[in-house]
Write a protein that binds this ligand. Structure first.
Ligand SMILES: Nc1ncnc2c1ncn2[C@@H]1O[C@H](COP(=O)(O)OP(=O)(O)OP(=O)(O)O)[C@@H](O)[C@H]1O
Length: 211
């Protein structure tokens, strides 16, 4: 069953002296991919933070998150380079919400990790330390963790930034499959190709909804 839509209502977030988001209202549909676009500093990451529940709004809020599971894939630059885990561990962590941290995965979750690795072209890298793989491969591993979460809401910050065309296609296809499963999928992007593949576009200009 699709997740409920997210209703963003008069969302305002102050960061220091800046209004990072100002009176943002929008509905984000489930079973669809929404591209969140806007120039640097427009408020995309701030909005993803609020949707992920890691940043408290100054005023306003988001309806539809109560009881929903949320997976948040940050920009790869936000993940330490020397994290002592393998690519396979990175994917497996997506299942921790279901099995508990560092617990042995159930058969169904091991199958999901294997299937996700295959979808993202990561199967040959499962045993490789995350710190030893390329930026684009690390990006795919982080997206893979989000997919393994099987969350109601999948939030991804710039999943196709700085990756080659094949990786971009692979990642966008994976996001589309998550949406087909019924999830709310939101990804921040600067890439025209990623916007073209999205079902909906939410554009921010200086912390406000464009238009
Ligand atoms: N740590 C911070 N302290 C104070 N203000 C911040 C901080 N981080 C971001 N901001 C401000 O909040 C606003 C929104 O930033 P945000 O990172 O959400 O934008 P963005 O659209 O994700 O940008 P980018 O495309 O560069 O990632 C900007 O005006 C920015 O200057």
């Amino acid at each position: 069953m699709p997740a409920p839509p997210l209703r963003i209502e008069h969302l305002t977030v102050r960061r220091g002296d800046t209004l990072a988001l100002s009176e943002v209202s929008a509905v984000v549909q489930p079973a669809a991919v929404t591209a969140l676009v806007g120039h640097n500093g427009a408020g995309k990451s701030t909005l993803l933070d609020v949707l992920a529940g890691v940043r408290t709004p100054t005023s306003g809020g988001v309806a539809g998150l109560a009881g929903a599971s949320v997976a948040y894939v940050p920009q790869r630059s936000a993940v330490p380079d020397d994290l002592p885990v393998t690519v396979g561990d990175t994917l497996a962590m997506g299942a921790w919400r279901r099995v508990g941290a560092w617990r042995r995965l159930r058969r169904s979750d091991r199958d999901l990790v294997a299937g996700t690795a295959s979808l993202l072209g990561l199967t040959p890298l499962l045993a490789a330390p995350l710190s030893s793989v390329s930026g684009g491969q690390r990006q795919r591993a982080l997206v893979g963790q989000g997919l393994v979460s099987r969350a109601d809401v999948l939030l991804v910050d710039e999943p196709t930034a700085g990756v080659d065309a094949d990786t971009r296609t692979t990642v966008l296809r994976a996001l589309a499959l998550e949406a087909q499963r019924g999830a709310v999928v939101v990804h921040a992007t600067h890439e025209p190709a990623a916007v073209e593949h999205a079902d909906h576009v939410l554009a921010l200009v200086a912390g406000r909804v464009a238009g």
